[in-house]
Design a protein around this ligand. Structure first.
Ligand code: BES
Ligand code: MN
Ligand code: ZN
Length: 484
């Protein structure tokens, strides 16, 4: 799709549809479109359209202006419009126009600009909302918008902002594609291939196999891989965008399918466990965008990839394994596999002397029990780091909610026979999962983001079609932008 910024009048823009964002009840905003159009809009406002948030109405345009149609899209009450409302309106408008068969569309920016918000946020919502996953559908569907013109005077700042948004949203789409791909195709090997395909001058990729992991002593990670015939792949990406800066390490949980292992999950809903690599996909998306945008930071991406299956050689409850740091772990429940692979990834990450480690993981069912599908659960060992992530959560509306890491949780994970056990029981399982990771992060500044409740969307949202959300990509890229 082509997106351009052009300084032309709404009335002169040749397109299938002109998008007019409007606030609630405000019919007088578009005087500049000429009296015929203004009268039409005024009339619509009395009945069909109120301008409520995300309300859309497509109408034929009068003969005396160039656009073929006008799409009114509501932003809600004037005093309450926010960046998120603009983003949602962008998604709603774009999806509606696509479904109505529109190909070339233009965006009027005057109302959004007058509210001191950015029209690029509207485009962000549009690009995120237009995502589709059609790889496995054999029927034809070629409805697509192929041209968007933003009606605005171009500037360096605007161009940069648009470039950022195009790259970030396409990386969200890239992550969504990986997550939506079923586990028979999205194996650890395939995920490794997707990582290798990102290689370029500023980005190197290394894949460690089972042997390498054994040599490094990653007994926790390998214990998860034992039940599957699919070979595990420990994927390491290194992006260099700055000289002499300590790297930020991003770790993404990459279980390409989580059956629970010997502690088998119930059948209902198990098909969704293909999204247990959403953290890993987000990390790939982040590094892809960083490298494309040449952000002035150093990043390490780690994706400990494996399946979690039951099998004749699978790990049993009661087994004791040794992690890379030397800590022994008693496995109580093989379905608590995420923390095992992350423990070795965190232990491995320390060799890079990172300024901080952020892990992104679909770690616990308890995350959605606590927060529903609205927020990422955040826990960590450094205040400043968490505050910065909160700021980025506000900027991107990939919201985070902090949960505690009380010292008392240590008790929950006490094992009689090993240094630690991998589950702390039902109570507080969202926080004890994080506490388990904390025991491996030790003194390194570290933040854990549990995306179990937000990585998958059951019902279309204005800019997230149902399926993988790609959450984490926009959040962490904003965080990196602010830190650099
Ligand atoms: N991948 C799951 C967590 C999950 C559940 C993510 C539902 C998304 C949706 C994780 O590996 C898991 O099974 N966690 C267990 C841990 C328990 C056995 C301590 C859980 O939360 O039930
Ligand atoms: Mn599990
Ligand atoms: Zn899992």
């Amino acid at each position: 799709m082509n997106i351009s910024i052009k300084n032309i009048k709404e009335t002169d823009c040749i397109c299938d549809a002109l998008i007019l964002p409007v606030t609630e009840g405000d019919s007088g905003l578009y005087n500049r479109l000429g009296s015929t159009t203004r009268d039409i809009i005024k009339k619509l406002f009395s009945k069909e359209f109120k301008g409520k948030q995300n309300e859309v109405l497509l109408v034929p345009a009068p003969e005396d202006i160039k656009p073929g149609r006008i799409l009114l899209v509501g932003l809600g009450k004037k005093g309450e419009v926010s960046a998120e409302k603009v983003r949602q309106a962008g998604g709603k408008a774009a999806v509606h126009l696509r479904d109505m068969g529109m190909k070339r569309v233009a965006l009027s920016t005057s109302v959004i600009s007058s509210l001191k918000l950015s029209p690029i946020t509207f485009i962000e919502g549009a690009l995120l909302g237009l995502y589709t996953f059609k790889k496995y559908s054999t029927g034809k569907n070629n409805k697509a918008i192929d041209n968007i013109v933003i009606l605005l005077k171009s500037s360096r700042e605007l161009d940069n902002k648009l470039k950022w948004t195009k790259t970030v949203t396409s990386s969200v789409g890239f992550a969504r594609d990986l997550i939506n791909t079923p586990s028979n195709d999205m194996t650890p090997t395939h995920l490794a291939k997707a990582a290798l395909a990102l290689k370029r001058k500023n980005l190197s990729v290394k894949i460690l196999g089972r042997r390498d992991a054994e040599r490094l002593g990653m007994g926790a990670y390998l214990s998860v891989a034992k039940g599957s015939k699919e070979p595990p792949k420990f994927i390491v990406l290194e992006y260099k965008g700055a000289k002499n800066k300590q790297p930020l390490v991003l770790i993404g949980k990459s279980i390409t399918f989580d059956s629970g292992g010997i502690s088998l999950k119930p059948a209902e809903g198990m098909e969704k466990m293909k999204y247990d690599m959403a953290g890993g996909a987000a990390v790939l998306g982040i590094i892809r965008a960083a490298s494309e945008l040449r952000l002035p930071v150093n990043l390490i991406g780690i994706l400990p990839a494996t399946e979690n299956l039951p099998g004749g050689s699978a790990t049993r409850p009661g087994d004791i394994v040794k992690a890379i740091t030397g800590k022994t772990v008693e496995i109580i429940n093989t379905d608590a596999e995420g923390r095992l692979i992350l423990a070795d990834a965190i232990g491995y990450a320390k060799r890079f002397k990172p300024c901080a480690i952020i892990d992104i993981a679909t770690l616990t069912g308890a995350c959605s029990i606590a927060l529903g599908n609205e927020a990422i659960a955040m826990m960590g060992n450094e205040r400043e780091l968490m505050d910065k992530i909160k700021k980025s959560a506000d900027n991107t509306y990939e919201r985070v909610w902090e949960m505690p890491l009380y010292d008392e949780y240590k008790e929950y994970l006490k094992s009689d026979v090993a240094d630690i056990k991998n589950t702390g029981g039902k109570n507080g399982s969202l926080v004890t999962a994080a506490y388990f990771l904390n025991e491996f992060a030790e003194k390194t500044p570290w933040v854990h983001l549990d995306i179990a409740g937000t990585a998958w969307v059951e019902k279309d949202k204005p800019y997230i079609p149902k399926g993988a959300s790609g959450i984490g990509v926009r959040l962490i890229l904003d965080f990196i932008k602010e830190m650099s």
